[in-house]
Structure formats: structure tokens, C-alpha cells
Design a protein around this ligand. Structure first.
Ligand code: GLU
Length: 510
């Protein structure tokens, strides 16, 4: 058995915005990778950008992942052996490691002022030289001189010495998904800043130091970070450390091939949650973004016999492997996600679904909040709507007629095709007679009863039921009628029919 490093992976967001679906994908893949190998999943907050980081976004991150049901083994809130897991609380450490690179001759102090950097940028632009980045002006200042200037209080940054030629013209590393990557050192940012003049680290320094100190074995992150990796590898070498394994995950795009953003639709977890998605659906769908689980069994758009990969978090964790990743970018398909949502809605029992849908039910009950009796009716109504609901808010929207009398419908709504108002009123009276019995029968019994009556009166079943449905629900399209009658109860149903009959009689009298 080889003595491999224990599997430790991390999600390292910068709290500079709402949790985005791309971040969730990165976190989820790290989580699944750790879970599939019995490793540990770590949350680390990369909040070194003091102007853009905001505690509100940290809160949003915690809430988003709590809702998604995704937990880390170590993190700022859970603690762990490598605490603190918040970079702003580790500033001394980064200063120490920047000092170590200075001592090793792998970094240098730079005293260039903002004005100087600005000036050379302008000069280069004006001369169309095409050269960008720092001109390495301070790279060769002798160490003692630089130390003395810093000790005297002169502001300085610490920059990494990108090897110019001695260690070869390029940096190579292996990406678990993309294979061998060779990057010309000339294309790496010339001597990037590691420590800013305020003593705070840049992303690169803090990220590499922490991945090393926290024993991170694999870095799974979005492909947009690929261009930072040569620089990180150079830093690992400068420290004399072994780099982790890298695996850059395929990007998540909108249908137009651009990086997924608000322009494409909901992109933040908050937004999906507000729209009435279930966390299980989001997890299931996001797990397939850039990975394929089972050949053959996949969602087929537009087919009546839709098949799909329906997996719980546990099932995903059991079968996740980096071999299942795709190189090509993943395209976010809102329709497919909606389909998943509908599937997960169907898997909920009445109690669970009612509890999930209730927060979206504002305004459908008689008072501000559901009474205990209304709650019971709401729960009992789930079988009427479960099959057709795509989003949670669809559920209360379809059931409002159970709790408040629907607004009076125009008289035409009660009239079946090819019939007149008088016939419609007669049909509704026929339906009215059946109501007390229908309210007490199950679906099969109710169906038998209305069929028998329609046959006896020689009327079409649809013509008998249509005015009744319209009178009870205010619309020709509604959840199943017999279930609705049972939930309304005979008295309420009779009162609504009487109201409709009165309206029809008034119209007939005109
Ligand atoms: N803080 C970076 C981010 O916001 C982390 C990138 C990485 O995983 O190295 O995504």
C-alpha cells in the first residue's frame, strides 16, 4: 500500500457576492470527492480583499449551504485542527511566509509607488509596446538595502520572483482532467505582488500558503483559475513544498456559451430558493454539470418517456469519481432543472410537501395565516396538485379556491360549448343535486355516480361537470373536481353553486 496523503479538499470562496450556482458546483464536487474517498471537506473564507468582502455575504453563504444540506467537516463555524479558517484572521502567518520567501531569495521588496506604476503603464500604452505588467524595477535591489529602507518606514510590497530562465522557460504541471499543462514563464504575470503595502496578502499568497498548511491534497476549482496555477506551482517550488493535485472543473455556461450569470436567469442560491426550487433538485442537477454518471440513463428533452439521473446526495457521493468529469463546458439548462424540481416535488409526501409550499401561500387563506383547519385542508389537497406542480409557489396558487370564494366569473364561463345559458343552468342544477353525495364519496364512487346520472339524463358527462367546476373553482381549468368537492365540503360547495345559479338566473331574466 502506498503512503498517500489523506484526501483533504476545500471550497475557498471570497465573500464578495451572493452564493452563485458556479460556487455551489465547485463546493458540491469537492464535497462529493471527499465523501467518495472518506476524505475531509473544508470551508475556507478567502476574505483578503478587504474592500469587497462583506459579512452579509458570509451569512448568505452559511444560509445557502444550510438550505442545500451541504456540510463541511472543518470550517469557520465548525472549527477544526487548522483553525482559523478565515484568511483575515491569519494575516501574521502570511507575513511570516512572505518573509520566508524573501529569505530564500525567491521574493523581493518593491518600493515602486502607485504613481510610478501608473506612469509606466501609460508610457507603454502610448508607445504601443504591447508589454504589460510590472517592469521588475526593484528586483535587483540588494537585500540589505531593501531591508534598511523598509525598516526606515518606506512603504513596500513583496513580489514573487518569477524564474527568468535558470529553471527553464516554462512551468509544467499535471491537471487531473486536462492532462499535462505547460505554461511559458514569460506568460506568467511578471513578479506578482504577494504581500500588499498594508501587510495584507494577495489571493495567490494566502491561497497557496493555506492549501499547504491545511494539508489540502487536491485542488478542485473552476477552470477560470487555471491561469493562476502556473504561478501557484512556481510558489510551491519557491517554498520547497509539494503542490497538491490540481483538477480544473469545466465552466458553467448559459445557453449562449457565456459564463452563467444573472442575465441567463436565476444564478444565486437565494434566487432559486425564492422561486420555489427544492434543494434536492438543485443538488441533483448541479451534480451533473460537467459530470456524467450513468451512460444511457439521462434526461431526454421533449420525450414523453423522460428518463433521468435521479440521485440523492448519498448516492452521488457513493459513485462520484474524477473520471466522470467532462472536459467540455457544462451548459446550464433551466428547463432540465425545472423538470428535476417537478420530480422531487412528486417524491414528497403530503405533510412534507405542504410544509414546503406553505411559506409561498401568502394571501390564499381567509386570514393572514392558515388556521389549523385550513392547514389540514391544504395538506389534504396535495394529491390534487402534486403531479402538475413545477415550483413550490404553483401549489398554493392552484389551491386558493379552496379557502376563499373565487371572484364571480363572467356568465359565459359556466356555459359548455354548443349549449345555451338555460341549458347550462339546468345542468348546474343537476350537478347541485349530486353535491351532498359527491362530498361523501371517493373518486371511484363519485365517478360512477356522475356517469350514471349523465347517462340517465342523456347529457354528456363533460357538459354536466363543466358548469359545476366553474361554479366551485371560478375557472374551467382546476385541480381534480371530486377531490375539490370533498375538501370544500357539501355546504360550501352548495353555497357557491347557488351563487352561480343566481347569477345565471339574473342573466336569463334580462
Ligand atoms: N477565493 C477564490 C475564489 O473566490 C478561490 C479560488 C481557488 O479555489 O483557488 O473562488
Amino acid at each position: 500500500m502506498s503512503l498517500e496523503k489523506p484526501v483533504r479538499v476545500r471550497y475557498a470562496p471570497s465573500p464578495t457576492g451572493l452564493q452563485h450556482i458556479g460556487g455551489v458546483r465547485t463546493a458540491l464536487f469537492n464535497y462529493l470527492f471527499a465523501a467518495s474517498l472518506g476524505g475531509r471537506f473544508i470551508l475556507r473564507l478567502e476574505d483578503t480583499d478587504r474592500t469587497r468582502s462583506d459579512p452579509a455575504y458570509v451569512q448568505n453563504l452559511y444560509e445557502s449551504f444550510a438550505w442545500l444540506g451541504l456540510r463541511w467537516d472543518e470550517g469557520p463555524d465548525t472549527g477544526g485542527p487548522y483553525a482559523p479558517y478565515v484568511q483575515s484572521e491569519r494575516a501574521d502567518l502570511y507575513r511570516r511566509y512572505a518573509g520566508e520567501l524573501l529569505d530564500r531569495g525567491e521574493a523581493y521588496r518593491c518600493f515602486c509607488t502607485g504613481e510610478r506604476l501608473e506612469r509606466i503603464r501609460h508610457e507603454r500604452e502610448a508607445s504601443h509596446s504591447g508589454v504589460t505588467g510590472y517592469d521588475r524595477f526593484c528586483r535587483d535591489i540588494p537585500r540589505e538595502e531593501a531591508d534598511a529602507r523598509a525598516a526606515a518606514g518606506e512603504a513596500c510590497t513583496v513580489r514573487l520572483k518569477i524564474p527568468l530562465d535558470a529553471s527553464g522557460p516554462s512551468t509544467c504541471f499535471t491537471d487531473r482532467l486536462l492532462g499535462e499543462i505547460e505554461w511559458k514563464n514569460a506568460d506568467v504575470s511578471p513578479d506578482p505582488v504577494l504581500l500588499k503595502s498594508d501587510g495584507f496578502p494577495t489571493y495567490h499568497l494566502a491561497n497557496v500558503v493555506d492549501d499547504h498548511l491545511m494539508g489540502i491534497s487536491h485542488v478542485l476549482r473552476a477552470q477560470e483559475w487555471l491561469s493562476s496555477t502556473p504561478l501557484h506551482v512556481i510558489m510551491y517550488r519557491a517554498f520547497g513544498w509539494e503542490p497538491p493535485e490540481f483538477c480544473h472543473l469545466p465552466m458553467v455556461m448559459g445557453q449562449d456559451g457565456k459564463k452563467l450569470s444573472k442575465r441567463h436567469g436565476a444564478a444565486s442560491v437565494d434566487e432559486f430558493r425564492r422561486q420555489g426550487y427544492l434543494p434536492e433538485a438543485l443538488i441533483n442537477y448541479v451534480a451533473l454539470l460537467g459530470a456524467s454518471y450513468e451512460e444511457g440513463a439521462s434526461y431526454e428533452e421533449g420525450s414523453s418517456q423522460r428518463k433521468a439521473d435521479i440521485y440523492s446526495l448519498e448516492e452521488l457521493a457513493a459513485s462520484f469519481s474524477l473520471d466522470k468529469l467532462n472536459k467540455a463546458p457544462a451548459v446550464f439548462d433551466y428547463q432540465k432543472l425545472e423538470w428535476y424540481n417537478g420530480q422531487y416535488i412528486r417524491m414528497k409526501d403530503d405533510e412534507a410537501l405542504a410544509a414546503l409550499a406553505l411559506p409561498y401561500a401568502g394571501g390564499i387563506f381567509a386570514g393572514n395565516e392558515a388556521t389549523a383547519a385550513e392547514r389540514r385542508v391544504f395538506t389534504a389537497a396535495m394529491p390534487l396538485v402534486r403531479e402538475r406542480a413545477v415550483f413550490l409557489p404553483d401549489i398554493p396558487a392552484k389551491l386558493a379556491y379552496l379557502f376563499r370564494d373565487p371572484p364571480a366569473a363572467p356568465t359565459e364561463v359556466f356555459i359548455p360549448q354548443k349549449l345555451g345559458l338555460a341549458q347550462a343552468a339546468a345542468l348546474l342544477r343537476m350537478g347541485r343535486e349530486l353535491l351532498p353525495a359527491l362530498a361523501a364519496l371517493d373518486d371511484a364512487g363519485a365517478e360512477a355516480l356522475v356517469k350514471e346520472r349523465a347517462a340517465k339524463e342523456s347529457v354528456k358527462l363533460g357538459d354536466l361537470l363543466m358548469p359545476l367546476r366553474a361554479a366551485l373553482t371560478g375557472s374551467r381549468v382546476s385541480p381534480p373536481l371530486f377531490g375539490s368537492i370533498r375538501l370544500l365540503g357539501a355546504d360550501r360547495a352548495l353555497a357557491r353553486v347557488d351563487r352561480a345559479l343566481a347569477q345565471m338566473d339574473r342573466a336569463l331574466a334580462r
